[in-house]
Design a protein around this ligand. Structure first.
Ligand SMILES: [Zn+2]
Length: 309
């Protein structure tokens, strides 16, 4: 199993998670992948599955032949691999539910370019070592399942919840209290790395009923407006902080022109025109103004907004 690959005639290297994101946004499957270090052909695994399928982390396996020594596939000794694996032993009846994206990625993991594999005459030990040394990337995160879309995390959470629910029903656990307790226990056991917030699948999400000062994924519902050429998503309910209640607006600090071109967000225009209420998800920190009792969430990254169709 490895996590890095390159295309034919390409000088760039990508992680399996990045390729999964590309597929989720453009739907194009690329069938040819190669090890960037030793040039053998690779097979994509759990990369081109249907949306919402989170059974296994995206990765590669060698297609016909093993990696040429000293290549291990990831440019570092697998013994040193610091990837945090979810400890399934502790999950009891839920043992093998799923692997879910763990880190919200903002930058590319691999920054340098390499000589395309076609231009290498022979993959000798020296050449392979040279290619490994040339690429700089964060070893700690390459093998972690990551995504740059908040959508991936929201879908993964829904998937885990539906699987937990199924297992609870099979085990005849029916009381709401018990179910909620199990949801909390299990979701807390899945780590989630958001910008400025190392959290988990329980604490990293919240509906817009209770305020938190943390950078988390919020879920709200309301109609959509346009103010000064920008979308504003209004929230139906007020958000509570201590004893006070605040009106909450989500400001999308990206021009409507840009958003209308984005295929996944044309939905904003449709909802605005139809004056329909929509559920929205956004990653950010909510700011509150005590004088006017208003709360605002402002986002300027398209990938941090998700409006299900
Ligand atoms: Zn290799």
């Amino acid at each position: 199993m490895s996590y890095l690959a390159t295309r034919r005639n390409s000088d760039s290297v990508k992680t399996a998670s990045e390729i999964r994101d590309e597929y989720l946004s453009n739907g194009i499957k690329d069938t040819e992948w190669f090890c960037p270090f030793c040039g053998i052909e690779l097979t994509a695994k759990a990369i081109y599955g249907k949306k919402g399928q989170y059974v296994k982390s995206p990765h590669f396996s060698s297609k016909n032949e093993s990696h040429i020594r000293p290549c291990t596939g990831d440019g570092f000794d697998l013994e040193e691999n610091t990837s945090v694996k979810v400890n399934n032993d502790k999950k009891g009846i839920y043992g093998k539910i799923s692997e879910v994206p763990e880190k919200l990625r903002i930058d590319k993991f691999v920054k340098n370019k390499i000589v395309p594999i076609e231009n290498v005459k022979e993959f000798t030990t020296e050449i392979i070592k040279g290619r490994i040394d040339k690429l700089s990337f964060d070893k700690k995160y390459v093998s972690k399942y990551s995504s740059r879309f908040i959508r991936s995390f929201i879908e993964a959470k829904k998937y885990i919840l539906s699987e937990i629910y199924k297992i609870l029903k099979e085990n005849q656990i029916n009381s709401n209290d018990e179910i909620n307790k199990e949801f909390k226990k299990l979701l807390s056991s899945y780590p989630l790395s958001l910008p400025e917030n190392e959290t988990n699948y329980y604490n990293g999400f919240r509906t817009t009923k209770f305020y938190s000062k943390k950078n988390i994924i919020w879920e709200g519902i309301g109609i959509i407006d346009i103010v000064d050429g920008k979308y504003v998503l209004l929230n139906d309910s007020q958000i509570k902080n201590g004893e006070k209640f605040y009106d909450l607006n989500l400001y999308v600090d990206i021009s409507t022109e840009i958003l209308d071109k984005h295929k996944n967000l044309k939905i904003l225009r449709n909802a605005y025109e139809k004056k329909e209420k929509r559920i929205w998800y956004a990653l950010g920190k909510i700011q509150i103004d005590d004088e006017i009792l208003k709360a605002s969430l402002c986002i300027n990254n398209i990938d941090f907004l998700y409006i299900p169709e």
